[in-house]
Design a protein around this ligand. Structure first.
Ligand code: FAD
Length: 317
């Protein structure tokens, strides 16, 4: 079923999770181990992130360094198929612009269509560590909106090869990303929201947000989206903090703020076990506030670990 249809049918706030593929060489059991304990809460859908290639230098015989392209977490499409098969629920693969030509993207979408997976979350992706800024593939897309247009074209039976006749249209439900605290590259919030609206105008069905720790950021973001004429469901993304290091790491990676009260509570902790308790309590309070606000779904970034999300879900669903 399409994510958007889950929202239409829902009579209360839904529960969903996001996982990342295991590191190359690890088995899929680790994925199932992270999901099984959450199945009691009947996730409506599970997102699977996509990780683009990275370049590393390997020392070769003779001492010279060879630049090698590696993909550390492959398997997004295969994992989605495995989740659908095992849990009989909807999987949402993330599809990114970075590192892909338009044709490679089209082929990945054809694979998904054949597998009966009719949901995608479309993203630009970040720059790789060796690039100062995001650089698209020479035959690829620069922004998520270009990916939205490609998928909408396929939904209308228009593939890249315009000479194809009698093509089978796809039928993807399209999610896109939104940023309650603004995307870090956007010059200001209004311009960021204008580009977000363009993604919706181009055919995206719903928005999932970057993590945030202050619900007021989300409430304001939803209001600003509505003021900008963005009518689609907006799903808050939530991450329980689990370690002291994350209090400084998450802001630097995701360009988000940690509220002072949360930071002080973490700072007072002597162990990561105590931090985890603080993170769970904070996420429970956030979740309750978001349900009261009427969020269509709470989307938890589990990072493959179930315990914190299980405790939060037990307290609020
Ligand atoms: P875009 O919507 O393309 O926006 C990128 C920037 O460009 C913004 O600053 C925007 O304001 C600006 N912009 C947009 N359109 C235009 C235009 N036409 N002209 C000029 N500027 C423009 N990354 C991964 O690699 N894999 C994942 O699986 C993944 N999953 C994610 C899931 C969620 C819910 C979120 C919130 C993020 C995820 N990301 C993932 C990270 C994401 O790829 C990065 O945040 C990336 O920097 C931006 O992606 P986007 O789709 O929001 O980009």
């Amino acid at each position: 079923m399409k994510v958007i249809d889950h929202f239409k049918k829902a009579t209360s706030t839904l529960f969903s999770i996001e996982i990342l593929p295991p590191l190359k060489g690890k088995g899929i059991q680790s994925i199932f181990d992270g999901i099984d304990p959450l199945m009691d809460f009947k996730p409506s859908f599970i997102d699977v992130t996509y990780h683009r290639e990275e370049f590393v230098y390997r020392r070769r015989e003779g001492g010279y360094l060879e630049k090698v392209s590696i993909r550390k977490r492959p398997g997004t499409v295969g994992i989605c198929a495995a989740l659908v098969n095992r849990y009989k629920l909807d999987a949402v693969p993330h599809i990114i612009c970075g590192g892909f030509s338009r044709e490679e993207t089209e082929n990945a979408l054809i694979d998904l269509h054949f597998l009966g997976i009719d949901n995608v979350l479309l993203l630009r992706g970040d720059s790789i560590k060796t690039e100062p800024e995001f650089t698209p593939h020479p035959d690829g897309h620069s922004y998520a909106i270009d990916l939205v247009r490609q998928v909408v074209n396929m939904n209308n039976g228009k593939y890249i090869d315009e000479e194809l006749q009698d093509v089978a249209p796809t039928d993807f439900c399209i999610g896109v990303a939104g940023y309650p605290e603004k995307h870090f590259e956007a010059p200001n919030r209004n311009i960021d929201l204008k580009y977000l609206r363009h993604k919706i105008d181009a055919g995206a069905d719903y928005i999932v947000t970057q993590m945030f720790f202050d619900n007021q950021m989300f409430f304001d973001f939803v209001q600003q989206c509505r003021d900008m004429g963005i009518p689609v469901p907006i799903v808050p993304g939530l991450k329980p903090i689990a370690t002291k290091r994350q209090a400084t790491l998450l802001p630097s990676i995701f360009h988000i703020d940690i509220p002072e009260d949360l930071f002080n509570a973490i700072d007072r902790c002597e162990t990561d076990a105590q931090v985890k308790e603080v993170g769970i309590e904070w996420a429970i309070e956030q979740s309750k506030g978001l349900i009261e606000f009427g969020a269509p779904c709470l989307h938890y970034y589990t990072m493959g670990k179930s315990e914190a999300t299980r405790r939060i879900a037990s307290a609020v669903f």
